[in-house]
Design a protein around this ligand. Structure first.
Ligand SMILES: C[S@@+](CC[C@H](N)C(=O)[O-])C[C@H]1O[C@@H](n2cnc3c(N)ncnc32)[C@H](O)[C@@H]1O
Length: 219
């Protein structure tokens, strides 16, 4: 009884304390973050819009986890498109296959990838995305350099990851599980990409898109 009452009191107080140092827009974002769960802080509709997936497009999510993005990606590319949900952990692959079968996502393939290779067919994807997975990948320069062979002409890579330097108490959840824009830029440049965009509408996450540098001006 007491802990529940305390948490009801403490959470708004902590939010108010942090919010006192924020501008009005950040306050709204912060409130969204603490109050409305994954869809609240992730804003999947806006992310999907920004990914600009056309019906019929082929998209890979590297590190699909529990499949949060599958319904969104599946709907965005439509029946003529393809979603590759890549995972390296066999139990997650099994659970993703169950999800895909039970929910009838006929345009989704679950792929058991390797830690150093998503095991996608050459030139098979228009967009490869990671969501809170970038920081898990070990040799990222080699990984994303190799991934260029999996991208179709005009293909892009998008990374969503927790921002580093978020205020306490959010940092409790994101510490050690985040990326910095400068670091991602540096690594993706070394892997042969040029940044196309940096989207700032998510309070707690960076959202960066890249294209292979050799494709610049050649489309
Ligand atoms: C924090 S979860 C994110 C799950 C999902 N992307 C989301 O946004 O809900 C990170 C996932 O990446 C997977 N992973 C880690 N290293 C990977 C790699 N090299 N290739 C593919 N997946 C990887 C993990 O098994 C885990 O399921």
């Amino acid at each position: 009884m007491l802990p529940q009452a305390l948490s009801r009191l403490v959470l708004p107080l902590v939010v108010a304390l942090i919010a006192s140092g924020c501008g009005p827009e950040s306050r709204v974002d912060l409130w969204r973050f603490v109050s409305s769960g994954r869809d609240g802080y992730q804003q999947p509709e806006k992310v999907i819009d920004a990914l600009d997936l056309k019906p019929g497009a082929r998209v890979a999510e590297i590190g699909a986890g529990d499949g949060y993005w599958i319904p969104w990606l599946s709907e965005a590319v439509g029946p003529g498109g393809r979603v590759y949900a890549v995972e390296v952990e066999q139990d997650k692959v099994d659970a993703l296959n169950d999800l895909v079968r039970e929910e009838g996502y006929s345009n989704v393939d679950v792929v058991l990838g390797k830690y150093e290779d998503p095991e996608l067919p050459d030139q098979s994807v228009d967009v490869a995305m990671t969501s809170m997975t970038y920081h898990h990948i070990e040799d990222r320069v080699t990984y994303f350099r190799r991934l260029q062979t999996d991208l179709a002409p005009g293909g892009r890579v998008a990374h969503l990851d927790n921002r580093s330097g978020l205020p306490f108490p959010i940092s409790i959840f994101t510490s050690g599980h985040s990326s910095e824009t400068e670091e991602v830029d540096e690594e993706m440049t070394a892997a042969g990409y040029t940044r196309v965009d940096s989207l700032d509408f998510l309070y707690s996450q960076i959202f960066l898109t890249y294209a292979p540098s050799h494709a610049e001006g050649s489309d």
